[in-house]
Design a protein around this ligand. Sequence first.
Ligand code: CP
Length: 316
Amino acid sequence: MKNFTSVKDVDNVEQLVKEAIELKRNPFAHQHLGKYKTIGLFFFNPSLRTRLSMQKAATNIGLNVIVMNVGSQGWKIEFEDGQIMDGNAAEHIKEGAAVMSQYCDIIAVRSFPELKNRELDYEEKVLSQFVKNATVPIISLESATLHPLQSLADLMTIREHQITSYPKVVLTWAPHPRALPQAVANSFVEWMKAAEVNFIVTHPEGYELAPQFSAGVKIEYDQSKAFEDADFVYAKNWSSYNQYGKVLSIDKKWMVDSSKMVITNQAKFMHCLPVRRNVVVSDAVIDGPDSFVIKQAENRIYSAQIVLKKLLEYDQ
Ligand code: CP
């Protein structure tokens, strides 16, 4: 694997998940791969899980780690080519990424969308400029439109705990007071499409995901109907793609609570976190025995670590 920016970088999704589960049993077995090498984690936006799990994974595999909140601590970076740089940006990505590549053997980047201009966000300007201008592998720590490390951890969690060979997995939109990216939902759809699962998405009308993700996916606008016989319920809010970045509904009826979960096949509740309690999900569900949110967060370590392993092996 040369870079890890989406499911498209993975040859065999199920094999990668299998290897991540194996790695979890023996996390320090590959320390030689990272010895004398450095990963740089560059954050344009906040993080708890991604930052800590990637540091832990990198340490497990023997890497030194540099972390920089580049959004608040670095020079403002220009990502457009050919600009007259007489504004706020003091550094161009051409030099920035080239210099980072002198200090790091792998570069990992988190950069959220602005949710103002759909075309600009879906161009993935920041991540693609890192890929273009760095001379080392690039990992997405969540980009404008995708969060592949999260989805790999989510699929890993499903595979570890499924009790049927073809589990029913439901991705449900849930309310939220603020406009959030579509990245987690887009990625989850991509990874579920690449996996052997019975997958369905439920959301209010107006929350359709981009066609490149929703194509071929079952959509059910009736949340209760979608929940019938579900083995896994994955809740996530996202803002509208069609009315880009807009919050069209905060309908509390879409919150995941116990009255919804009883419709399922004792489904496991999943969410990438952070989550707003009693807005997205009720206390009773997230605190209940079928809540998997902490297991997902734990698996963020091993999803990151298997990706590091593949990138370091590719480099050998
Ligand atoms: N799920 C996730 O990516 O969490 P953070 O935003 O805290 O990294």
